[in-house]
Design a protein around this ligand. Structure first.
Ligand SMILES: C[S@@+](CC[C@H](N)C(=O)[O-])C[C@H]1O[C@@H](n2cnc3c(N)ncnc32)[C@H](O)[C@@H]1O
Length: 357
């Protein structure tokens, strides 16, 4: 998530920091990141580059710095502050002392994130204990309880060592995958954390000439544009609404990327125009049909072979796994390897990295 504008977005307004190296004087808090299943390694790599993050165990870590830095992570879907209580069951959190500590812990997260409502996520969230907890927190936090859409997502779960219960409080009102640049959404739009992972694993080179055929709402374009320099980047889609949507998102991200209404199979562009081609092909459900894809996919591979430079890379993300792997097995012009398989919104697409033989 890009750095929020504090003037426009009071969610991240905080008291002025003390002068000097304030970070070393801040107490560390424990945090946990949540990534889409399949993207945990990408999220951990990004986490390891956060200065001051320490004692990193998978996606769990201690951090004394400004939590706003964590709201700018792009591989995880959420970041939570965590605290554990030495209670055998959630009922123990209703004790006077525990409830006071829990309310103070959550109030601090609300102060940083500006959440306007809360919800609880726990096994048995309909139970009488959870209902009591919701009632108590409603008063203590002075926030409405909204069981479905509450902005402060509070997860309760047993500690791994089984000795107590831990509470995770999501530090942002919306998931990190809900990017500030996304002002236009389309059916079939890619989760932005997947687009980030595609680019990180495809390799990021300043001299890349990048092509995103079938760019839809422009998720792959914007996520790459935000990563840093490249030589050129072009997106095309056959649907004029998608082109308009991608342009709006690119502009909201304050980047310049050319997006045009062009059939990706007949671009008319010269041979070997691109060093990196990334595409989220129609999956045959929300976008495209399975029958149509049987013709589209081979034609796509042929045209991309023409447009890809000799040492170029082609990344294909698809849920049409059987069709795509059969096509790979039947051809000899590309070598391919799987980059990842991710679980998202009931789908489990795979990303493949192809190179010319
Ligand atoms: C799965 S969607 C891409 C979603 C996109 N990654 C996003 O985040 O919004 C596939 C896109 O391919 C486009 N498409 C299908 N056939 C095409 C073709 N021959 N040329 C260009 N675009 C095409 C569709 O209009 C659709 O926008």
């Amino acid at each position: 998530m890009p750095r929020p504008d504090r003037q426009k977005n009071p969610q991240f307004s905080r008291p002025k920091k003390p002068q000097g190296d304030y970070r070393t004087r801040q107490p560390a808090h424990e945090y946990v990141l949540e990534a889409l299943p399949g993207l945990e390694d990408v999220a951990e790599t990004e986490l390891r580059a956060v200065p001051l993050a320490r004692d990193i165990r998978g996606l769990r870590f201690w951090y004394p710095g400004d939590p706003e830095r964590l709201t700018r992570l792009r591989a995880p879907v959420a970041a939570y502050r965590v605290r554990a209580w030495d209670v055998p069951r959630p009922r123990g959190l209703l004790g006077h002392q525990q409830l006071g500590e829990l309310a103070a812990f959550l109030a601090e997260v609300v102060r940083l994130g500006g959440h306007r409502s809360f919800r609880l996520a726990a096994a048995g969230r309909e139970s009488s204990v959870m209902q009591r907890l919701a009632e108590e927190l409603q008063v203590a936090l002075d926030l409405p309880f909204d069981p479905e859409e509450g902005e402060l997502l509070i997860r309760l779960r047993p500690q791994e060592d089984g000795l107590g219960w831990e509470v995770l409080a999501r530090i942002t009102p919306r998931p990190l995958s809900a990017r500030a640049w996304r002002v236009c959404n389309m059916g079939g739009g890619l989760n932005a954390t997947i687009a980030y992972a595609v680019h990180k694993l495809a390799g990021q080179r300043d001299e890349d000439r990048i092509f995103n055929p079938m760019s839809g709402s422009g998720t792959l374009l914007v996520e790459r544009a935000l990563l840093g320099p490249y030589d050129a980047m072009v997106g095309v889609d056959i649907n004029p609404e998608a082109v308009e949507c991608a342009r709006r998102n690119v502009s909201a991200a304050k980047r310049e990327v050319e997006v045009a209404r062009v059939d990706a199979l007949h671009t008319g562009l010269p041979d070997r125009s691109f060093d990196l081609i990334v595409s989220d092909l129609p999956w045959g459900d929300a976008v495209g049909t399975h029958g149509g894809n049987a013709a589209l996919y081979p034609a796509f591979l042929t045209e991309m072979h023409r447009l890809c430079s000799r040492q170029g890379r082609l990344v294909v993300l698809t849920h049409e796994i059987r069709l795509f792997e059969r096509l790979l097995n039947e051809q000899s012009r590309w070598h391919a390897r799987e980059l990842f398989q991710v679980y998202s919104g009931g789908h489990h697409p795979k990303a493949y990295l192809l190179g010319k033989r």
